[in-house]
Design a protein around this ligand. Structure first.
Ligand SMILES: [Zn+2]
Ligand SMILES: [Zn+2]
Length: 157
């Protein structure tokens, strides 16, 4: 999957998630499907409130926040979303269906995130933690900076 496609929003991401849910016997309720398509259409990671807002507009009624929180937790626990702790938003996992380490590159200007998966990085983290007798859980590093286009714009300005 190219980084550009991931940044523009991924219409087929909900389909990938759906396929993994079917394989793993996870149930996709109509609400879960709607949350998936909202996340699939967004260029940048979304916070719970932005999702609640959009859902409420689509449904034509106010959606209760706990319902959406539970849905987001469900997707995060099953490895479909990464919670970006430093920003309190959720990013689509671009490698759905398997637990992994890696890093999220977070642009400070446009708010977009890009996911990188790197075996050498995984190994380094695991080895370093193991030296301290620490068993690492699969998780993502959050790296702040500027994305390619924002960095180019900053240089050109
Ligand atoms: Zn991921
Ligand atoms: Zn950017």
């Amino acid at each position: 999957m190219s980084a550009t496609a991931a940044k523009r929003g991924q219409k087929n991401w909900p389909k990938q998630v759906e396929a993994v849910c079917v394989r793993q016997g996870l149930q996709l309720t109509p609400l879960r499907r709607r949350v998936l398509s909202i996340l699939g259409e967004s260029a940048a990671p979304l916070g719970a409130y932005a999702i609640i807002d959009r859902l409420s507009k689509i449904e034509g009624k106010q959606i209760a926040p706990p319902t959406v929180y539970r849905t987001l937790e469900f997707f995060a626990e099953n490895g479909f979303l990464h919670k970006i702790e430093s920003r309190n938003v959720f990013a689509r996992c671009e490698h759905v269906g398997h637990a992994h380490y890696g890093a999220l590159l977070l642009c400070e200007t446009c708010g977009r995130s890009e996911e990188i998966e790197d075996e050498a990085l995984d190994e380094f983290l695991k080895r370093t933690a193991a030296r301290a007798g620490f068993a690492l859980q699969p998780q993502m590093l959050e790296l702040q900076g500027l994305c390619k286009s924002c960095a180019a714009a900053a240089r050109g300005a």
